[in-house]
Each structure stands twice: as C-alpha cells, then as structure tokens.
Design a protein around this ligand. Sequence first.
Ligand SMILES: N[C@@H](CCC(=O)N[C@@H](CS)C(=O)NCC(=O)O)C(=O)O
Length: 201
Amino acid sequence: MYAIHGFSMSPNTRRALVALEECGEAYTLVPVDLMSGEQRGEAYKKLNPTGRVPTLVSGDLVLWESNAIVAYLAALHPERLFAGNTPAERGEVARWTFMTASHLSPAIARIFAHTMRLPEDQRSPKVVEESRAELARCLEPLDARLRGRSYVVDQFGIADLAAAPSLAFAPMLGISLEAYPNVRAWLETVQARPAWKKVYA
Ligand SMILES: N[C@@H](CCC(=O)N[C@@H](CS)C(=O)NCC(=O)O)C(=O)O
C-alpha cells in the first residue's frame, strides 16, 4: 500500500497517480494543501526537502520527483509501464523524459505562474513570451516524433507520462495545441486510458 502526498489538481501529482493506477497498485492520496503553503512547512519538508509535491511513501521508501516515481513503478511493473528493453529504446525513453522534465514542464509551470498563480504585480509578460517560445521548441520535435505513432516510444510508458499531464494542463492556460496535430491525437489516446480517466474524473 502506497501513500501519495500531493495535491489532487497538480499535474505532477496526477502523473504519479496515473502511474499507480496503470500498475494496479493500491494507494491513498494524502492531501498537501498548496494553497496554504503546507508544502513548505517543516512537517512536509521532512518527507520532501524540496517542498514540492508529489512524494511517494511506502514503509522505508520515501521517493519524490514525479518522474522518479514513475520510473520506480515501471521497474516494478515493466509490462505495464514501458521503460525500453534495448539500450536504444532506453535511450529514446530517456531523451523524451528528460526533454519534458527539463524544458517542457517548467515552461508550462512558468506560464501558469505568470498568468494565474502569482499576484498580478509579480507577473512578467516577458517570462510568458519566452516560455511560450521554449514550449514551441519542445512541441515541434515531439509532434514530429509522434507522426504515425500511438505512443512516444512504441508502448505506453514513462515517456508518455512525463509529457501528458503537463500538456493536459495547457489548454487551461490558453496554450493552443492546434499547430501540433500528432501531439493532440496522442494526448487523446492517453486521455482515453482507464487509469487516466479515473485520476482525472
Ligand atoms: N519536478 C518536480 C516538480 C514538482 C512541482 O513543482 N510540484 C508543484 C505542484 S504541480 C508544487 O509542489 N508546487 C508548490 C511549490 O513549488 O511551492 C516533480 O516532477 O515532482
């Protein structure tokens, strides 16, 4: 039995929850109230010193960083979450996972911060503009990669879960995926999966 300490609306928390659902693992969601800043309190920071959600806990295991949680679950359930079998496949999974975690998701997080989360006097249109450009640098190659493919690397797995929860959040921020038809088709495929539907219900 796992506990996920997280915030139900957070894309990073949802990434971990969808992975748990895909793997058929039992879990409880322990709410961390991001609105009141609970993630920065001493009690939560004993679990996750970065003061961010999610954190996965089971016995002695305390694991934070959502893509690390997905990778852990994929190691337990390789038949449910594809991590790649050959070195080439593993490299491909790593490529898209790191590109997403390093560039795509942070760009979306900055757009969220500077259009919705921060007080208006702290928002920067320049940051939003630069982040939109950064996002395009990620979406163009991802769209090309997804041409003729159902999933980022052959079977559903780590690379899909790295990108999909962040991109599912994009429309709410006024980010159009219109120019990326393969990304839109792939996202619809991921969003039709029972595990996803359960978490996003
Ligand atoms: N790279 C981290 C990012 C985690 C993250 O930024 N989570 C957000 C919620 S989606 C958070 O905790 N924000 C609160 C804060 O930064 O204070 C991961 O993938 O787990």
